[in-house]
Design a protein around this ligand. Sequence first.
Ligand SMILES: Cc1cc2nc3c(=O)[nH]c(=O)nc-3n(C[C@H](O)[C@H](O)[C@H](O)COP(=O)(O)OP(=O)(O)OC[C@H]3O[C@@H](n4cnc5c(N)ncnc54)[C@H](O)[C@@H]3O)c2cc1C
Length: 439
Amino acid sequence: MKKVVILGAGLSGISTAYFLQDFDWVESVTLLEKESRPGGLCRTIEKDGYLYDIGPHILFSKDKEMLELMLSVLEEKNDLKRSNKILYKQRQVQYPFENDLSKLPEEDLKYCINAFNHNPYEDYEATNMIQFFLKTFGEGITNCYLRPYNEKIWKYDPAFMNTSMVDRIPKPTQEEIRRSAAGETVDGYLHQLYFSYPTTGGIESVPNGFLRKLRPQKCHVYTEKAVTGVRKNDDGYSIQVEDGSTYEADLVISTMPVQALTEAFSGVPDDIHKCVDGLRYNSIAISFVRTPYDLCGENYAFMIPDRNVIFHRISKMDFLGSAYHHGNEATYMVEVTYRKNDKVDAMSDEEFRSKICRGMVDIGFAHNEEDVSILDITKYEYAYVIYDLNHSANMEKIRNYYRTQGVVLNGRFGNFEYWNMDRILRESFELSKRLNEFA
Ligand SMILES: Cc1cc2nc3c(=O)[nH]c(=O)nc-3n(C[C@H](O)[C@H](O)[C@H](O)COP(=O)(O)OP(=O)(O)OC[C@H]3O[C@@H](n4cnc5c(N)ncnc54)[C@H](O)[C@@H]3O)c2cc1C
């Protein structure tokens, strides 16, 4: 019989407990969570009677088994059809950009189709993100949209990012591009065209649904337990928490960011510290914004490649169902990525707020800055894994090290992979099967 301790109670920690609880060799599963509430990135914030998530979260997947499981824990869901746009030079282009080219100004339209049809980069092997865009979409689509948008969201030169994120993107056919240029809006990225969202309670209803399914005899979730020390000893592991409490474990599964684990773990060699320091990631600031009217229409998310607007994406909570809608006004999640010590991080709160209000006017969602109320701002340090060119080599060494220590890494930042909720569930499921085989 084994005592399992899981570090971190985001969706990854919770779903790992959910899958492990059925095995007889598991005596207990203890989850230690730093924050006052479980859920991690899937928490929903309540402010003045409104709900918003830490960035737009929707439920979709090609992995039908995990999607079904995720939806099965919800009490009720709304089924919705994507209506996402790109704001390009004061025009609304339907997402994905390459499928709605006729909305572009004449000159940009010609640039995009000609460069796609006569693409000198087509036959090269793409070894970084920008090469992938040039090879797949041509110079026009890359320079008009993909380059500026990706530079904005990643705040990292795409020439220094590998192709892990993008090489699953399908190449549009010449036929599709021709139809899109001739005026037909073609639906793309079909796997996320239809999606679901909890009818009430925001995206946090998903981790909450799994929490309800944990058996109290076996699973114990403790909040306000920031893990500060993990020591391997002869019988297993001893885990220290900031409040002075200690937990003993036969098996440790870490879903907290690998940076936090490495700080806490005793005896990590310098070369592993160096690899962990080399991992790149973005933090996110979500401004929850209200306008007394709705100038956005029946749409959900807008991508904004314009470098003069501080945010890269804005999404309307109201689109997701009546529980998220108040009268004639509109409420939005406005996303700005940043990294420690960059220019966004260095901005005063006042300057940051003023740029959000300015941006709302510039994109045409507010008549003037006075109409924009920023109701709340939530910052989350670990939001996006950046697949920089050293990511794979760094993570291989880090994973090997923790394998030799018997510590299992799981989760978006625990294992440092760009995983969405469906993939998190899949990984937790497969992990529990592997652990069961070796038990
Ligand atoms: C802006 C944005 C939009 C997204 N949209 C979607 C979407 O539309 N659809 C989708 O499927 N996925 C989406 N995702 C991805 C989804 O949020 C993640 O896949 C999922 O939440 C990751 O869960 P996790 O448990 O691995 O990580 P986290 O949620 O980060 O959980 C890690 C937990 O560890 C805890 N922790 C940290 N340090 C310590 C410590 N020292 N001691 C104890 N605990 C600690 C944290 O508090 C946290 O609760 C989105 C992500 C972002 C950032």
